[in-house]
Ligand binder design. Structure first.
Ligand code: URA
Length: 443
């Protein structure tokens, strides 16, 4: 087999066999196929697309390129959740204990943030002492003992995806639905999930800006899951503004704790309940969304979900006093308010700009090696649809003196991120569609 023939075949819009795809992935992974040939192939895929079968073959070839985690020693159906990313997305910190309290084991491997704000692992590290490094056996034991564990990715998972994703990043081939779908799903499959709930974000702060593209991406991922025997559903949720009010690691942990106490922002609670419902259904604990929702509300109202978070924090060495009293989480020395320049109604909040502002204050990584300031971030006081008076606070910047130099630019970006209209603006829907193997249900 020769790479050049496979590039030509794809360029002409023909379907590659599973062996041909494995040849490309393995050859690229071990260095036999050079970057220039893999780039040409990725560009051919960008223009010609891939069939559902080819996409599933690419996914499995990338999943098998490194460690495959075997979760079979954990009892029950292991349901994973993945979000395609967004600003203020702390759903895992709420969902993991909520779902575990309802009886579905959560064995979660999460990433650090590479974009503007921290990832789940960074957020959890805002809790003093919380360790995200557990040995494999301890990880399995903890999930069997308390129903959940959240750890950082370790070992050598999906190296072929890492290499191909980095190449796509510099060859303008990221925005290809089969390539994104296979990249995301290869990581979930290598992480050992039996079933997967996807939160596909749509809107200005998301990878996919339009609803139709988000649905196409969701369908491609659900198709992959179905083809490779992992039940998969996708919820299409809004990312036209940040989720909740808090952006920044300790601020987000505090908001997650409030949500588990039933005092969190309505949008965050609603997205968490919808995603968690589907996790319970796939995990065999509920038959319908109504049944799942009732079971989840019981966990919230009784305090069991919050207790589960405390069990997680205690098991991984964290300070549960900070969960009982989130004011004990790291706090920034300086807070500065950003005020509305005019009266009206909030009509838009550019999520990406808010994310960059948080990063400038130290909440995210500018480069791979930057050190995150866990206390830093942005707290939104106004969301889309809210009314505002001139001079009223739109958002609050939290930062430490080391990042004072970023303050002016962060404030400018936050101000620019807000669009204010003279006329009343309706609140945005939070969830637009559900994609299952049976089809697409729009709301
Ligand atoms: N996220 C991924 O993991 N892969 C992609 O290709 C795009 C987003």
């Amino acid at each position: 087999m020769r790479a050049v023939d496979l590039i030509r075949k794809k360029r002409e819009g023909r379907e590659l066999t599973g062996d041909e795809i494995a040849f490309l992935v393995n050859g690229y992974s071990n260095g036999d196929i050079p970057d220039y040939q893999m780039s040409a192939w990725a560009m051919a895929v960008f223009y010609q697309g891939m069939s559902a079968r080819e996409t599933a073959d690419l996914t499995m070839a990338m999943a098998h390129s490194g460690d495959m985690i075997d979760l079979s020693s954990i009892h029950g159906i292991k349901v994973d959740k993945h979000s395609t990313g967004g600003v203020g997305d702390k759903t895992t910190v709420v969902l993991a204990p909520l779902v575990a309290a309802a009886g579905v084991p959560v064995a979660k491997m999460s990433g650090r943030g590479l974009g503007h704000t921290g990832g789940t692992i960074d957020k959890l590290e805002a809790i003093s002492g919380f360790s995200v490094e557990l040995g494999k056996e301890d990880f399995f034991r903890q999930v069997n003992d308390i129903g959940l564990a959240v750890v950082g990715q370790s070992g050598n998972m999906t190296p072929a995806d890492k290499k191909l994703y980095a190449l796509r990043d510099v060859t303008a081939t990221v925005e290809s639905i089969p390539l994104i779908a296979s990249s995301v799903m290869s990581k979930k499959i290598a992480a050992g999930a039996d079933a997967i709930v996807l939160d596909v974000k749509t809107g200005s702060g998301a990878f996919m800006k339009t609803l139709e593209d988000s649905i196409r991406l969701a369908k491609a991922m659900v198709d992959i899951g179905t083809q490779v025997g992992r039940s998969t559903v996708a919820v299409i949720s809004d990312m036209d503004q940040p989720l909740g009010h808090a952006i920044g690691n300790a601020l987000e942990i505090k908001e997650a704790v409030l949500t588990l106490r039933g005092q969190g922002p309505a949008d965050l609670e609603e997205v968490c309940l919808i995603l968690a419902s589907h996790m319970l259904i796939l995990g065999g604990k509920a038959k319908t969304e109504e049944e799942a929702s009732a079971l989840l509300m019981e966990q919230l109202d009784s305090g069991r979900a919050l207790e589960k978070l405390k069990e997680l924090v205690a098991a991984q060495g964290g300070d549960i006093a900070q969960i009982d009293n989130p004011e004990l989480l790291p706090q920034a020395e300086l807070v500065v308010e950003v005020q509305a320049p005019a009266e009206g109604y909030i009509e838009s909040i550019q999520a990406e700009e808010i994310g960059i502002a948080a990063m400038l204050l130290g909440a995210g990584r500018e480069t791979k090696d930057s050190v995150i300031d866990l206390a830093a971030g942005v707290e939104l006081r106004k969301k889309i649809g809210d009314s505002v008076k001139a001079g009223e606070t739109l958002a609050v910047l939290h930062f430490n003196p080391a990042h004072q130099s970023g303050q002016a630019e962060a404030a400018r970006r936050v101000l620019q991120a807000y669009g204010i209209s003279g006329t009343k603006v309706p609140r945005r829907p939070l969830v637009f569609a559900l994609v299952t193997p049976e089809g697409v249900k729009r709301f």
